[in-house]
Design a protein around this ligand. Sequence first.
Ligand SMILES: Nc1nc2c(ncn2[C@@H]2O[C@H](COP(=O)(O)OP(=O)(O)OP(=O)(O)O)[C@@H](O)[C@H]2O)c(=O)[nH]1
Length: 215
Amino acid sequence: MVNPTASGFTLERSNIPGVVLAGGRSSRMGRDKAGVALSGRTLLDRVIEQLSQQVISVAVNADTVPDRCDRPFIPDIIPGKAGPMAGIHAAMAHGARLPRVTHVVTVSVDSPFFPHDLVDWLAAAIDTPAKIAIATSEGRSHPVFGLWPVALANDLESWIATDEKRSVRDFLLRHDVAEVAFPLRPTRASLLDPFFNVNTPDDLAEAERWMKVLT
Ligand SMILES: Nc1nc2c(ncn2[C@@H]2O[C@H](COP(=O)(O)OP(=O)(O)OP(=O)(O)O)[C@@H](O)[C@H]2O)c(=O)[nH]1
């Protein structure tokens, strides 16, 4: 799909790589979230499959190599305490090395129900090469689900390199950002927030309940 805009910039939907952010400590889960099984399949496998249908390639990013992964692995380039920002930076740097790629999409390994049309809707909001698109639901932003200009990799690296404690949200304030609202997903029970994330064993139990009522 091509997205022509008034500014003349067209984002090639067919040339967007995807990166699954799978790093971090998983301290609330107590074990690596990527390898946690939901209805018999790991969160990492579920998220990879879901993303594969929306992008030209899928790579997995983390600060340390995951146990089992048959996709290209992208390590964090900036070690330390940057958390998801380090993953977003590594994803941008990865995209910058690929031919004709202007934007890279990131998703979180702990959100197995993210929308099937995530990339289409984020891409539709990009009307300049420097624009970032971020998912929202229920009025809350989910910056880990973003479409990022690869040209901002150096800017993000400088931002992380400062000593101050900074968040993804702080970084977004410096840039042109489109917030894209996604609807709740109907199920046979109630409405599911597609960005529901599995951080704790209780969340995992809740995710299993959602699996039983998905249509
Ligand atoms: N590459 C990378 N990704 C990270 C890092 N920290 C967190 N993430 C990813 O960012 C997303 C949100 O992570 P959080 O739930 O905030 O942090 P977490 O470390 O996974 O879990 P907690 O320790 O329980 O907070 C997930 O996709 C994580 O895999 C990091 O240092 N590097």
